[in-house]
Design a protein around this ligand. Structure first.
Ligand SMILES: *[C@@H]1O[C@H](CO)[C@@H](O)[C@H](O)[C@H]1NC(C)=O
Ligand SMILES: *[C@@H]1O[C@H](CO)[C@@H](O)[C@H](O)[C@H]1NC(C)=O
Length: 314
């Protein structure tokens, strides 16, 4: 075989290989190509029909702070523990806090979720598949709900269910209920110069077709970010026209960039993205800490409540 024929053979084999790879790579993108374009700029309407809407939650006035907590339908146990720890609505004296768990649909747990919802009235559920790559849809469900049914809420905290959260410190250092409410405000654990994952095996894989730039825009880690009530509608409307993107925190960063809203940088490290061993007095001066199982939370919570009373405030 001469050199030219061999090269030709290699070329043909490579092309076949590439076609094979492209054809068999799972792409979360394909099904939801048009999804955010359903956002109307005139009237706020949901992306998917609500199965649980809680449309009366803000009827008697908006809360100061609304917690939006993404949760999978089968996580009954976690939700119960959160209700008894940091997502307890009556923790902070004199401040109205409400919580809503954000769920997609799961056939097998539907009846049990309905019963839970009847009891606690703290679940939003829309008719989309509950999955990791649909988390952006889940966040947008929360944004839509606030824009339409609770537009006067002062602040919203989107927080994951595997977190430690200290609402008192959030009030003291950032939200300050006695001051005039902020506008165009969003803060949390800022992620700078994040690189899209380009290896196909990664959970966070993003093709250059989906996102071509070298870096992601500035965004706040989805583990816990807090924003002023006005931002919900702005973010929801900004989503229209953006390409589908599965990682909700990066996606919110894209919306902020489109809106020209600058993320507020906290003056100290109060939002912690990694696991930090529990330290009672240290934790009274943090807002969020990543990675707490429901069991760990339940174990530390009584001690943490005691620490709030006894640890030095300075
Ligand atoms: C919520 O917190 C209040 C005030 O600390 C407490 O009295 C109540 O028992 C708590 N509720 C739950 C369900 O843990
Ligand atoms: C997201 O939900 C939609 C609507 O149920 C579904 O068609 C799609 O497959 C889901 N996407 C993923 C990646 O799970």
């Amino acid at each position: 075989m001469d050199c030219g024929a061999r090269l030709n053979k290699i070329l043909i084999l490579s092309v076949i290989f590439i076609i094979f790879i492209l054809g068999y790579t799972h792409d979360w993108r394909s099904q939801d190509e048009q999804i955010y374009s359903r956002v109307s700029q005139r009237t706020i309407t949901p992306l998917y029909p609500y199965l649980l809407e809680e449309d009366g939650k803000c009827a008697d006035g908006a809360p100061f702070l609304l917690l939006l907590i993404p949760s999978a339908p089968q996580e009954f146990h976690t939700r119960n523990i959160l209700r008894n720890t940091w997502a307890n609505e009556s923790l902070v004296n004199g401040v109205r806090i409400n919580r809503l768990f954000l769920l997609g649909k799961s056939e097998s747990n539907e009846e049990k979720v309905m019963q839970e919802s009847n009891r606690f009235h703290d679940i939003l559920m829309q008719d989309f598949t509950d999955s990791y790559y649909n988390l952006t849809i889940k966040t947008l469900m929360g944004m839509e709900w606030v824009s339409r049914l609770c537009p006067n809420v002062k602040y919203i905290m989107k927080i994951d269910s595997d977190m430690f959260f200290n609402p008192w410190f959030l009030m003291e250092k950032i939200l300050q209920p006695e001051s005039p409410p902020k506008k165009n405000f969003l803060t949390g654990l800022i992620v700078h110069d994040a690189l899209p994952h380009r290896d196909k095996g990664s959970k966070w894989y993003v093709s250059t077709k989906t996102y071509s730039k070298k870096f992601y825009p500035l965004y706040c880690s989805g583990t816990g970010y807090v924003f002023s009530g006005d931002m919900a509608k702005k973010i929801y409307l900004a989503a229209a026209g953006l390409p589908p993107f599965p990682f909700e925190d990066v996606f919110v960063g894209m919306c902020l960039q489109k809106l020209g809203v600058r993320i507020f940088e906290p003056s100290e490290k109060w939002f912690i993205g990694e696991k930090v061993p529990y330290d009672r007095c240290k934790f009274t001066k943090l807002i969020t800490v990543h990675r707490f199982t429901p069991e760990e939370l339940m174990t530390i919570w009584p001690d943490f409540l005691a620490a709030l009373k006894t640890c030095n405030k300075n």
